[in-house]
Design a protein around this ligand. Structure first.
Ligand SMILES: [Ca+2]
Length: 321
């Protein structure tokens, strides 16, 4: 039996967040303790629905609690990416009767779960960092109780996506991102560019291979990724993008990482044109490193991992259409 990793996935569930959740739900190395929801990609209630759809697709409805977290960024109004993601799940629906979130707030759940397993819990943060910053503010021990914090966000001296300078998660709540990098967590960062754009894009031949698996999960993948694929192509990206599932996969399988380095990461909150820009300093500017940034992965092995995951035979309890 492989060693398992207790984890929480903090998510703004849409498109690749769903695939990240599948990894957390189905990978034998993952011991997913909770799903915590944060304002980000699409309307909050859509995100919650997408999380339950994903639990159902994995055949694990009712087995992992879903906690509702912060419904807006720390100090700014919420801005979403519904132009990119649509409803975030390709119009999939199911009967949601009885799919009730856990009554405990996501921030309290994060604080509690970290305190119950000091130094052991991994947190995979694949949305804006509002819940994580709030948990750190609420409980001074949270930072040290969390074993490792994997963050999808920013670009490593590369292009943004929502603006030229900024990646979406850091753009939406830059104050939270800044606070998290200043807090003292053991952080691993999976950036948008160049890493995701170079190494975690599935082009049409790969998408065809996935569709040909013919499993409920491959159908789910194709459906959930369709809106984003159309958007990606409209902006010159030749396939679906997988930063969130990559982040989860790298926690569970660190051997997928072929190059990483220590950086000092900080996030712009005051810039005129650079709101949410990640300043990733590579060690020559006199700044103490506060994060490990992933620079290169074994891309074929990551694709094989996702394809293998989607080949898993699952039995969704409820029909989805
Ligand atoms: Ca996300």
């Amino acid at each position: 039996m492989p060693e398992t990793i207790p984890l929480v996935i903090d998510t703004d569930t849409a498109q690749d967040d769903c695939i990240a959740l599948l990894a957390g739900l189905l990978d034998p190395r993952a011991e997913l303790r909770a799903v915590t929801m944060v304002a980000g990609n699409v309307g909050f209630d859509h995100q919650v629905r997408n999380a339950f759809l994903t639990l159902n697709a994995a055949g694990r409805l009712g087995e992992v609690p879903v906690h509702l977290g912060c419904r807006r960024p720390l100090v700014r109004p919420w801005e979403g990416a519904e132009d990119v993601h649509g409803d975030g799940a390709g119009g999939l629906t199911m009967d949601l009767t009885g799919c009730d979130p856990d009554p405990e707030h996501a921030v309290d759940a994060l604080v509690r779960l970290a305190a119950e397993n000091p130094g052991e819990l991994a947190v995979v943060a694949i949305g804006p960092l509002t819940n994580i910053a709030s948990a750190a503010a609420k409980d001074p021990d949270f930072v040290h109780n969390v074993g490792t914090l994997y963050v999808m966000g920013g670009s490593n001296n590369g292009r943004g996506n929502i603006t030229a300078a900024a990646e979406f998660n850091f753009y939406v709540d830059p104050e939270a991102a800044k606070a998290v990098f200043a807090a003292g967590f053991e952080i691993v960062v999976v950036p948008w560019a160049p890493l995701t754009l170079d190494q975690a894009v599935f082009d049409q031949p790969k998408l065809d291979e996935i569709a040909a698996l013919g499993t409920p999960l491959s159908d789910f993948f194709t459906r959930v990724c369709a809106a984003t694929l159309e958007f990606d192509r409209s902006v010159g990206i030749d396939g679906t993008t997988h930063p969130d599932s990559l982040t989860t996969a790298l926690l569970l399988h660190p051997d997928l990482v072929t190059r990483s380095a220590r950086y000092h990461v900080d996030v712009e909150t005051a810039g005129e044109l650079t709101r949410g820009y990640a300043a990733m300093s590579w060690g020559v500017h006199g700044l103490e490193p506060n994060a490990t940034v992933i620079e290169e992965i074994d891309a074929p092995a990551f694709y094989a991992y996702i394809k293998n995951l989607l080949a898993t035979k699952t039995e969704p309890a409820r029909p989805m259409a």
